[in-house]
Ligand binder design. Structure first.
Ligand code: SF4
Ligand code: SF4
Length: 372
């Protein structure tokens, strides 16, 4: 991730060359491809497709712009837990501009961005974290004397695709919370003519970010997304769909306080405000800190950090009473007849998921490329 100017040999280096130079065995590489394909929920046989494509992939330019953010997203991605993923992805991509990780500063940093854009115009991947202030001409956040708005418009114009990392870039997040003093907006409120993928979360899971980058390297485009622009592989299920406390929910066993008997027995946290039924993310399956745990496993309800309107939706420690977001009419009907909101939401999500994966076992490689 150094900021040194790349030589022409580095620019033409393929992923296979890079691996060889770093002593990665063919076996290790195939293992990496298998884990990436599994993480992306690609069908059987896709690890080979990924291996072939990544072997020939040229070193891509990635520009990372940080706007109104807290650096939590960068902290998360640099802790992506499988070391080989960091090595393979982050050592390979040319992260030509990233405020936190780059060595260069001041004019040198801005010059590096200019050069990277010029050399890879129309081909580079642009990653953004943080929201964009638009009030009063966007003066509330500037870099090198330029507003975030101005810089985003300029850099996005030459990008092949964008990834909005974190809830702030994806949906506005905390800076957009009422009264939104800076007029903060999401990337998709500004960029309308490029493919943009959202990887929301406060912060998002590092492995989700690296997997999305691996997909871009493999197929030259972003993975299949849901109606909120999130990769389906990681956001297709709700937390509730995959929560290990779900059996307690189904039995009606709820902790009523953080220190009561139910809490000690690991019962469901729904009545303590868990937003798992209406929150889509991979926390319950991929977990955090090298797969150690996730908030619910540590005894804290999900706050819904990867959904739009996080913060303003509030009610962090109040039980869900009204169906939120995308859950919809089925839940309202179910709630009306006394069925738990979460049960109905989960059932709806499961049926959507089944439809999405149906038939994948018989997909061809060409199908895979089309779907991906
Ligand atoms: S409500 Fe929360 S704690 Fe309970 S099962 Fe669902 S996700 Fe898990
Ligand atoms: S459990 Fe919920 S609030 Fe916590 S990180 Fe996952 S999606 Fe966000």
């Amino acid at each position: 991730m150094s900021q040194k100017r790349r030589s022409s040999s580095e620019i033409s280096e393929t992923f296979a060359d890079h691996l060889e130079q770093h002593g990665v065995s063919r076996r290790g590489f195939l293992k990496f491809c298998s884990s990436m394909a599994a993480a992306l929920a690609l069908p059987a046989g896709s690890a080979d497709v990924m291996a072939k494509a990544l072997s020939a992939a040229k070193r891509p330019t990635v520009i990372w712009l940080s706007f109104q953010e807290c650096t939590g997203c960068t902290e998360s991605i640099t802790r992506s837990h499988t070391p080989t993923i960091e090595n393979l992805i982050f050592d390979f991509i040319s992260l030509d501009y990233h405020h936190t990780l780059q060595v260069a500063a001041g004019h040198q940093a801005e010059e590096a961005r200019d050069v990277a854009m010029k050399n890879a115009y129309g081909k580079y991947l642009l990653i953004v974290d943080g929201s964009i202030p638009t009030k009063d001409g966007g003066v509330y956040s500037t870099i090198a004397g330029r507003t975030n708005l101005n810089m985003l418009e300029e850099v996005a114009a030459g990008a092949a695709a964008l990834i909005s990392v974190g809830t702030c870039a994806a949906y506005g997040g905390l800076p957009m919370a009422n009264p939104n003093p800076t007029g903060a907006v999401a990337v998709t409120d500004i960029v309308k003519d490029k493919p943009v993928m959202n990887i929301p979360g406060c912060p998002p899971i590092g492995l989700v970010m690296t997997s999305a980058i691996a997909h871009f390297l493999t197929f030259g485009r972003l993975p299949a997304m849901d109606d909120l622009g999130r990769p389906k592989a990681f956001y297709g299920d709700s937390i509730h769909d995959r929560c290990y406390r779900r059996t307690f929910y189904d039995q009606g066993l709820f902790a009523k306080a953080f220190d009561d008997e139910g809490a000690r027995k690991g019962w469901c946290l729904y009545e303590l405000g868990c937003k798992g039924p209406t929150t889509h993310n991979a926390c319950a399956t991929m977990k955090w800190n090298e797969g150690t745990s996730f908030p619910i496993e540590s005894g804290h309800p999900c706050l819904g950090c990867s959904e739009p309107n996080f913060w303003d939706a509030g009610s962090f420690y109040e039980a869900l009473s009204v169906p939120q977001g995308r859950v919809g009419e089925t839940v309202l009907k179910a709630a009306a007849v006394g069925v738990g909101v979460g049960v109905a939401a989960a059932a709806l999500n499961r049926s959507k998921k089944s439809a999405a994966v149906e038939g994948r076992e018989t997909m061809t490689v060409e199908d895979l490329k089309k779907e991906s």
